[in-house]
Design a protein around this ligand. Structure first.
Ligand SMILES: Nc1nc2c(ncn2[C@@H]2O[C@H](COP(=O)(O)OP(=O)(O)OP(=O)(O)O)[C@@H](O)[C@H]2O)c(=O)[nH]1
Ligand SMILES: [Mg+2]
Length: 459
């Protein structure tokens, strides 16, 4: 694959009102474009040093007469000391809706083409500055919604996850090479220690992969956020709980059962873990088709919840239907809130053996801290330990596939039949191919497209 040589440009900052905005240019023509557009004292941008910075204005000659587009600060970063390892010019201009767009237009008229989503990072990858795991970490960092998620992304960006994958890859590569070399020995002359040694090394690599799989739970929580669904009968205080957890009056609270009809989803952070907190319509049979749709939506969310928060009016005796509904929720991922304790306590936490049950009076904010703690405890993230590099869904699938290929290979070797060695080696090679696609040692356009299309333009 040839490394692209077109010069690309994009606005690198978010749209909207802001102090400054940045237009980024990368590629062989970057400096020539900067020279053509920049007006300032002293040498042209291309005649300045490796990491130069200059103040001036940016001119456009579109439509004939030259006019000033904006004041700018030009940053010059010469290959290979730049994000993409190409010549990069960044133009800092005033923020706001238009300044950066006008500058980008002038840059495109001067010969650059608009960058595609993630194209700068894609070039950083193709030019060997980042591996694919690190490139993905850039996106995780941009998207991080909590301190802990950001820290995990930084660990990955610094290569922690790459090191672990590379360790497994190298071990398997050595084993595959030795397997293939063993084929050169004449029958019966293979030293007896060779095969057990190879099997042991493959076994270690396999165990490392299993270990990595365990980081998926936390990775999933940090990247996507844990889906925490508040459910229960009408009027028990679900919306009151949502508002209390968010610390704002997000949902309408009234004493009319059936107040909440649609699902209400908000993001919040609990102990460094992002949560998608969802308030739902009260669960009951109803003739109103609008409310029925709300109940259906509620049930859909309940199905896919990571954590269930089931709110109950604890001042009234609980009927059998509600008891059996609660019994149907997974104990280790469920928090029961016995609300309205100010009106009486007909239901007690002790009745829910093996489950987290909290008595609360949410009207007064009582029990809120205990509810937070109970939710956090069920996220299974040790917030005391710093986040380690955690795998994503793409990595998980590759590990499962590589694991199956390795198991297949090991199974063949364990038959002790020498005619199976070739097949076993092929399986280990296949596993290498699968793992290589995780770090990007092995890649194809489709893989890169699927990774980088998730990025924003300008990154
Ligand atoms: N006494 C008392 N009333 C409460 C408490 N928590 C909530 N309420 C009241 O109960 C009523 C229903 O509260 P909501 O939060 O709207 O209940 P909900 O479960 O969202 O109800 P639906 O949306 O209709 O399903 C409101 O009048 C609240 O003020 C509490 O701890 N004690
Ligand atoms: Mg409600």
């Amino acid at each position: 694959m040839t490394v692209p040589t077109e010069t690309i440009a994009a606005i690198a900052t978010a749209p909207g009102e802001a102090g400054i905005a940045i237009v980024r240019i990368s590629g062989p023509e970057s400096l020539a474009i900067a020279d053509a557009l920049f007006r300032g004292h002293g040498p042209k941008p291309s005649a300045r040093g490796a990491r130069a910075c200059a103040y001036g204005t940016l001119a456009s000659r579109a439509g004939g007469a030259e006019r000033t587009v904006d004041e700018v600060v030009v940053l010059v970063m010469r290959a290979p000391h730049s994000y993409t390892r190409e010549d990069v010019v960044e133009l800092q201009c005033h923020g706001g809706a238009l300044a950066a767009r006008r500058i980008l237009r002038a840059v495109l008229e001067a010969g650059a083409r608009p960058a595609e989503p993630g194209e700068f990072t894609r070039r950083a990858f193709l030019n060997g500055r980042l591996d694919l795991l690190q490139a993905e970490a850039v996106l995780d960092l941009v998207r991080a919604r909590s301190e802990r998620a950001a820290q995990a992304a930084v660990e990955q960006l610094r290569g922690r996850l790459s090191d672990r994958f590379n360790g497994v890859y190298d071990a398997l590569l050595g084993a595959a090479a030795d397997l293939e070399a063993s084929l050169d020995f004449p029958d019966d002359e293979l030293p007896p220690t060779v095969m057990p040694d190879i099997l042991a090394r493959i076994g270690h690599a396999r165990a490392d992969l299993t270990e990595l799989l365990r980081t998926w739970d936390e990775g999933h929580l940090l990247r996507e956020g844990a889906l925490v669904v508040i459910s229960g009968r009408p009027n028990v205080g679900k919306s009151t709980l949502l508002n209390a957890l968010l610390g704002m009056n997000r949902a309408i609270v009234t004493d009319v059962p059936g107040t909440t009809r649609d699902t209400i989803e908000e993001i919040m952070v609990l102990d460094g873990v992002p949560l998608r907190l969802v308030d739902t319509a009260g669960l009951r049979d109803t003739d109103c088709h609008i409310e029925r749709e709300g109940v259906n939506r509620a049930l859909k969310y309940v199905e896919s919840a990571d954590i269930h928060v089931r709110v109950v009016d604890g001042s009234l005796p609980m009927d059998q239907t509600e008891r059996s509904q609660i019994a149907g929720l997974p104990a280790e991922r469920c928090v029961i809130v016995l609300n309205k304790a100010d009106l009486g306590t007909a239901v007690r936490p002790a009745e829910f053996a093996g489950r987290a049950a909290v008595t609360a009076s949410l009207l007064n904010g009582e029990g809120l801290a205990a509810i937070r703690e109970a939710i956090a405890a069920r996220l299974h993230v040790s917030t005391a330990a710093p986040p380690h590099a955690v795998i994503s869904e793409r990595h998980r699938r590759a590990i499962m596939e590589a694991g199956a290929q390795i198991d297949e290979g090991v199974g063949l070797l364990e038959t002790g039949d020498e005619s199976n060695i070739v097949l076993a080696a092929a399986q280990v090679r296949a596993a290498l191919e699968t793992l290589g696609a995780v770090t990007g040692r092995v890649y194809h356009d489709e893989l890169l497209n699927s990774v980088f299309s998730r990025f924003c333009v300008g990154k």
